[in-house]
Ligand binder design. Structure first.
Ligand code: H79
Length: 467
């Protein structure tokens, strides 16, 4: 009884807030939907987003049945992404299901995975609970197509990973695909395609949508009540049968189960392709934009976004993909993204045995070495205070401090930045706070006298203390 009264009160408060704070999309149209009927004030929204905005760096994990073929089917390889093999190799559902018998990740070690993420400086983990292939990586009660019911492994790795993430202080989050190639009511209607294979788009049999919605909600309820994720990261929303109204409804459903959860914009139809930010004609569902495999040229003030990117060219493991980005590129991507006010969600694709590939581990530990010394210039920072991008690198900001991330060290020993509306009181290398660097004020900005050699050739951080 007490509980019912409380809920009524919450709804009434919600309505009051809707009336008083409802406003049209901002000029840039990029504001994300208020979470009606759980409408929150700006302050409540900021509070909910707080940990995520401060985190800046997370690990994406694409792990599922596709790790078994690992990019090769009937001797056929592809340049395409590994987790899409059911699509590009045109594999019928009944054949794809057979991978379950070979998915036995006996080398999976939750503690080790979380350690790898944590040592890299990552603050959260987003793992595929279910990708487009429909296979659940956790013990779903509403499906037998999951790791516990259908594989020789018979255990729930998600349970272990969620526990371990919590233990080591990382936020634990789920990816969930709206597109589902395995659901019985879904079928493919495309020339040359098996009707039960994977495809960019699927159709649903009559009545199938209502049935599938129920199924999805049942799985999401399981995910939220059993694992308490901090983020739900939807994908596969571009199906013609999925509408923005469906997205708004699902957003409400998920927030209703966990009010302080954070949800990406792929829950609805807002995002503009791989660029990932929202269309500007209306307010769309979701809390943050999702650029994929790209970094926006500039950040958008007041807009939350997260670039998700791979380290090689695939999300799901492909044994022959050796097009690895260098540690330098990955570190500079993290800095570039932070300087534009975004988060970096960097992917690993573990093997069917349960191992994060060695080249990924090596790169993450290289990032960790940089972060151990420089993370102050990443965590809880906001975008660069400079009107235009700095030629020598990037900048991040905090109250009282600006961090210059120098990629190209000056040959004349002088680093010059334009005025940015705050006085520079002193400057020093982040690694040597007691040794002040000389500064010269010019009419158009500030010059810092720096050592002849770059202390860190990837990115040296110089702190400007401001008032
Ligand atoms: O999970 C990973 C990939 O499997 C999945 N998203 C990442 C995080 C993904 N990557 N690429 N694709 C899915 C292919 C989808 C491409 C497109 Fe489209 C769908 C092109 C046209 C429709 C999305 C919607 C991009 C533009 C519109």
């Amino acid at each position: 009884m007490q509980k019912i009264k409380l809920q009524v009160a919450v709804v009434l408060v919600g309505i009051a807030i809707v009336i008083t704070t409802h406003h049209p999309p901002s000029a840039c149209g990029q504001s994300f939907a208020p979470s009606d009927p759980l409408t929150e004030t700006k302050a409540q929204h900021n509070q909910r987003m707080r940990w995520w905005r401060e985190a800046r760096f997370g690990m994406f994990i694409h792990w599922g049945l596709y790790a078994v073929p690992a990019g090769e089917y009937n001797g056929k390889r592809s340049e395409r992404i590994g987790e899409w093999i059911m699509e590009w190799a045109n594999i019928p559902r009944a054949d794809y299901e057979k991978f379950t018998t070979q998915f036995d990740p006996v080398k999976f070690d939750a503690r080790e995975w979380v350690r790898i993420a944590k040592d890299a400086g990552m603050k959260y983990i987003v793992i595929t609970s279910k990708h487009h292939d429909g296979f659940a990586l956790y013990d779903s009660k509403v499906s037998n197509y999951d790791i516990v019911d259908a594989t020789p492994y018979k255990k729930d790795p998600i349970k272990a990973l969620a526990l371990e993430a919590r233990k080591q202080g990382l936020k634990f989050c789920f990816y969930y695909s709206i597109l589902d190639w395995h659901y019985p009511a879904a079928y493919v209607d495309a020339p040359g395609k098996d009707s039960t294979a994977g495809n960019r788009t699927t159709k649903l049999k009559p009545g199938g949508k209502e049935e599938y919605l129920k199924y999805m909600k049942a799985q999401l309820r399981e995910l939220i009540t059993s694992y308490d994720p901090a983020v739900l990261w939807f994908d596969g929303e571009w199906q013609e049968w999925w509408t923005e109204a469906d997205g708004k409804e699902l957003y409400k459903f998920v927030r209703g189960l966990k009010p302080n959860i954070i949800i990406n914009n792929r829950v609805g139809r807002g995002r503009q392709g791989m660029q990932g930010m929202n269309k500007t004609d209306q307010v769309y569902a979701g809390d943050f934009g999702t650029p994929e495999q790209q970094i926006p040229a500039n950040g958008l003030p007041g807009i939350d976004w997260e670039s998700c990117m791979t380290m090689n060219t695939t999300w799901g493991f492909k044994f022959y993909d050796d097009k690895w980005k260098s540690g330098e590129t990955l570190i500079r991507n993290l800095i570039d993204i932070a300087s534009k006010g975004g988060n970096y969600l960097l992917n690993v694709g573990p093997t069917a045995e349960g191992l994060i590939p060695t080249p990924s581990v090596e790169r993450l530990s290289e990032m960790g070495r940089w972060m151990k010394v420089n993370s102050e210039a990443i965590y809880a920072t906001t975008a660069s205070p400079f009107a235009t991008q700095l030629a020598f690198g990037r900048a991040t900001s905090k109250p009282g401090r600006v961090y210059l991330h120098v990629f190209d060290w000056p040959s004349d020993g002088k680093l010059t930045v334009p005025s940015f509306g705050r006085d520079v009181k002193k400057a020093f290398l982040l690694t040597a706070p007691k040794q002040r660097l000389k500064i010269e004020q010019t009419s158009s900005g500030t010059s810092v006298i720096v050592p002849a050699q770059a202390p860190d050739s990837i990115a040296t951080v110089i702190v400007l203390e401001t008032n």
